[in-house]
Ligand binder design. Structure first.
Ligand code: ZN
Length: 323
């Protein structure tokens, strides 16, 4: 049976109902005995601690938990921080930034993050050097492109790409949720790779009609940051039911593992074939350029230097497969 990991992002420190939504969805996974892989920001760790939400921290800790950057959409984002600096300077900046998130994560959970996941999927290769220093062995939402979404190792860190995603607006509509769930389940059943990553959304966006970070759009910081509108209770419940029924069906066609369980398997690693190298060279720049278009970024963000720094690591690239 194919292995899959199911990812969610927990990052909204602003909207009051983001906290109970994170708890609801963490418990939804727990009640189904599905181990989720949750990406949590350093900022969210600090806000949950300051609000004394030990109940939420404890529930999240029963799943596999990773660091979702220190401050997510606050400027500068990972790409804004690293776009215009040389690799060595970038390594120092990335370590400074992510060490803060790592330390808050350890304070909140009493354990180190199992993996790291880019905010808005953004990334720059200096992150992997910082993760080595922080002894975080893997990262999700990898933008390194290999055929069929294969896991890979680049500069020593295991990269786990996101093969499929089902969004909150899709969960909120019964018909669309059903269609999209069936599409993804079908694709998983016909996949030829041993593992796939699936993203199923942000608890806060199940509860609100917009992303929490609209105050950071376009490189700006609104003062004060706006709250998002709460969706109707019925819509929220419907979304949870649709997520739940997807997970039930997913369990019947795949073995769902947390990233921590995945890392414990024996991995085979090999040099990429010529075809895989060609794919990496042609597709990775497009994925990085796409990530640079994240709406919170300053409009003049140029990903060219990040692309070049990434391509410079080609000789460290390995294709990795769990046995
Ligand atoms: Zn996020």
């Amino acid at each position: 049976m194919i292995l899959v990991s199911v990812f969610m992002d927990i990052e909204d420190p602003i909207n009051p109902l983001a906290d109970p939504a994170a708890l609801d969805i963490s418990e939804l996974f727990t009640n189904l005995s599905v181990r989720a892989s949750m990406c949590i920001t350093g900022e969210k760790c600090r806000s949950l601690m300051s609000r004394n939400r030990q109940d939420i921290l404890t529930s999240l800790k029963s799943h596999c938990i990773g660091l979702h950057t220190n401050t997510h959409s606050q400027h500068p984002s990972t790409m804004e921080l690293l776009a215009d600096v040389d690799y060595e300077t970038g390594c120092r900046l990335a370590l400074d930034s992510e060490r803060k998130g790592h330390d808050s994560f350890v304070k909140a959970f009493g354990q180190s993050p199992t993996f790291w996941g880019g905010a808005g999927n953004t990334w720059s290769p200096e992150i992997n050097a910082a993760l080595s220093q922080l002894q975080v062995p893997a990262y999700s939402y990898s933008l390194i492109q290999t055929p069929n979404h294969r896991p890979h190792r680049i500069n020593g860190i295991l990269g786990l790409p996101q093969a499929y995603s089902i969004g909150e607006d899709q969960w909120a509509d019964d018909q669309i949720a059903d269609q999209r769930s069936n599409q993804v389940l079908k694709a998983i059943q016909s996949a030829t790779t041993p593992w796939l990553g699936i993203f199923v959304g942000h608890p806060t966006r199940f509860r609100h009609d917009a992303f929490w970070d609209s105050g950071y759009f376009g490189g700006k910081t609104a003062e004060p940051l706006p709250f998002a509108n709460v969706v109707d209770e019925k819509v929220y419940m419907r979304s949870l039911i649709n997520l739940r029924s997807f997970l039930v069906k997913l369990k019947s066609v795949a073995k769902i593992v947390g990233v921590d369980e995945l890392l414990e398997l024996k991995w085979n690693e090999r040099r990429p074939s010529d075809e895989e190298i060609q794919f990496f060279r042609s597709e990775t720049p497009k994925a990085l350029a796409g990530a640079a278009k994240w709406p919170i970024h300053r409009p003049d963000l140029d990903p060219a230097n990040i692309i070049q720094k990434t391509l410079n690591l080609e000789n460290t690239l390995l294709i990795a497969e769990p046995e």
